[in-house]
Design a protein around this ligand. Structure first.
Ligand code: ADE
Length: 242
C-alpha cells in the first residue's frame, strides 16, 4: 500500500515515523509521503484559502489549489479520504475497508474545510470518502489522519507481531461486538490487589467464561448502545445471567 498525506502542516504527521507505524514503513509494509499543500499555491503570498461564498465565519480552502495537489498525487486507483466532522463515522469495519486499498490519499482541511467541488470533481475519477473520527471538532484533519493511518496500518499483513491481536481486540473481526475484557500481568499482587484467581486456575473453559462475562459487564456499563444492537445468535445461555 501507498499513503500520501497533503497538509499545510507536514510536521504534524511526524509521529507516523515512530513506533509500530514507523517500523511498518521501514519493513516495507507500506510507503508514506507527506506533501505541503502550500507548494501548490501559485500567487506571491502562497494563498490557500478565501472567505466563503454565502458569508459566514472563517475561511474555506480553495478548490484550485487542492485540485493541483490532487492532480500531482492521486490517480484512478486512489481512495481519497477527506477527514471532516461532517463525514461518515470511522469504525473498525471502515478501517478494514481502507486497509484493502492500494493507494490512500488523505486531504487535510483546516479552517472551515475544503471547497466541496474538490471532493465532487475527484469522485468522478476515484473513490472519495469523507470521514469523521468522532462527534467533536478538531482544528484540522491532521490528528484524524494520525488516527486513521494507525488504525489502517496495524491491519496490513505482517505489521502486527501476533495477527490474532487484530482479531480479538474490541471491534476486531473476531470480536462478537463487545468491549474487550480487562488484562493482567505480573506482579500477581499489586498494592494489595491480587489478580482474579480464575486466571491462574489452569481451567481454560473457566477462563474463557470469566473473560466473556467481564466483556458483557463492561459493555453493559460503558457502551449499552453496543449491547442493544448485538445479534441474539451470538449470545449463549450463560450470558443471560450477567
Ligand atoms: N476535522 C475536524 N474535526 C474532525 C473530526 N472529528 N473527524 C475528522 N476530521 C476532523
Amino acid at each position: 500500500m501507498r499513503i500520501d498525506v497533503i497538509t499545510l502542516f507536514p510536521e504534524y504527521l511526524d509521529p507516523l515515523r515512530a513506533s509500530l507505524v514507523g517500523r511498518a514503513q521501514q519493513d516495507g509494509r507500506f510507503a508514506l509521503a507527506v506533501h505541503d499543500l502550500r507548494q501548490f499555491a501559485t500567487d506571491r503570498h502562497r494563498t490557500v484559502d478565501d472567505s466563503p461564498y454565502g458569508g459566514g465565519a472563517g475561511m474555506v480552502m480553495r478548490a484550485d489549489v487542492w485540485g493541483r495537489a490532487l492532480d500531482a498525487v492521486a490517480g484512478p486507483d486512489t481512495v481519497l479520504v477527506v477527514p471532516t466532522p461532517a463525514g461518515e463515522r470511522l469504525d473498525q469495519t471502515l478501517a478494514a475497508e481502507l486497509a484493502g486499498a492500494q493507494h490512500l490519499v488523505f486531504a487535510c482541511g483546516r479552517y472551515e474545510g475544503i471547497d466541496q467541488r474538490v471532493a465532487d470533481v475527484a469522485a468522478e475519477t476515484m473513490a472519495v470518502r469523507e470521514i469523521s473520527i468522532g462527534d467533536y471538532v478538531l482544528a484540522g484533519g491532521e490528528v484524524a489522519v494520525l488516527v486513521m493511518v494507525e488504525a489502517v496500518a496495524r491491519l496490513l499483513p505482517g505489521v502486527l507481531g501476533n495477527p490474532e491481536s487484530a482479531v480479538t481486540d474490541s471491534f476486531g473481526a473476531g470480536s462478537p461486538g463487545l468491549l474487550e475484557h480487562p488484562q493482567y500481568t505480573r506482579p500477581p499482587v499489586y498494592r494489595g490487589r491480587p489478580i482474579p484467581a480464575v486466571l491462574t486456575s489452569g481451567d481454560h473453559a473457566a477462563v474463557a467464561r470469566w473473560q466473556r462475562d467481564e466483556s458483557l459487564r463492561r459493555t453493559a456499563r460503558r457502551r449499552p448502545d453496543l449491547l442493544a444492537v448485538l445479534d441474539a445468535d451470538t449470545l449463549d445461555e450463560a450470558d443471560v445471567a450477567v
